[in-house]
Design a binder for this molecule. Structure first.
Ligand code: RTP
Ligand code: MG
Length: 140
């Protein structure tokens, strides 16, 4: 299978607890390669735009506020089946339901503050990468 790219965020609950390295280690051990990475403090506008698909959901306001509360690390990951692979390594949205050994099982604090984001399909992966990175920032 050809190499695929996906978009990842290490969320504020994880950067606050200094878990960036441990999370990247799990992604790398799972066969993914970091081809772009930067630490940013998201603005409210950036977070609202990024999560626009969830704007009617009851947790939208809380989610936007959380994502802007502390710095995050936005990344592009590359590997075979990277989109599905990343979501496997992340585990279920709710840490109580996440499989043992996954990032969310080990590190997430709650369904909202769940340590990582990962694109859910090829279209969203492409859109999300473009939302945060220019082409010359992707170094394979
Ligand atoms: P993500 O997009 O962050 O990778 O996570 P996901 O696909 O597993 O979850 P999704 O349904 O897309 O939800 C996006 C993020 O919204 C927050 N959330 N809070 N309080 C709640 O009930 C609730 N539900 C979702 C989480 O931060 C989730 O990752
Ligand atoms: Mg999602």
């Amino acid at each position: 299978m050809a190499l695929e790219r996906t978009f990842s965020i290490i969320k504020p609950d994880a950067t606050r607890r200094n878990l960036t390295g441990k999370i990247i280690a799990k992604l790398e051990e799972g066969g993914l390669r970091v081809v772009a990475s930067k630490r940013i403090h998201m603005t409210k506008e950036q977070a609202e735009g990024f999560y626009a698909v969830h704007k009617e959901r009851p947790f939208f306001g809380e989610l936007v506020e959380f994502m802007c509360s502390e710095p995050v690390v936005v990344q592009v990951l590359e590997g075979e089946n990277a989109i599905a692979r990343n979501r496997e390594i992340m585990g279920a949205t709710n840490p109580a339901e996440a499989a043992a050994g996954t990032i969310r099982a080990e590190f997430a604090e709650s369904i909202g503050e769940n340590s990582v984001h990962g694109s859910d399909g090829p279209d969203t992966a492409a859109q999300e990468i473009e939302y945060f990175f220019s082409k010359d920032e992707l170094v394979g």
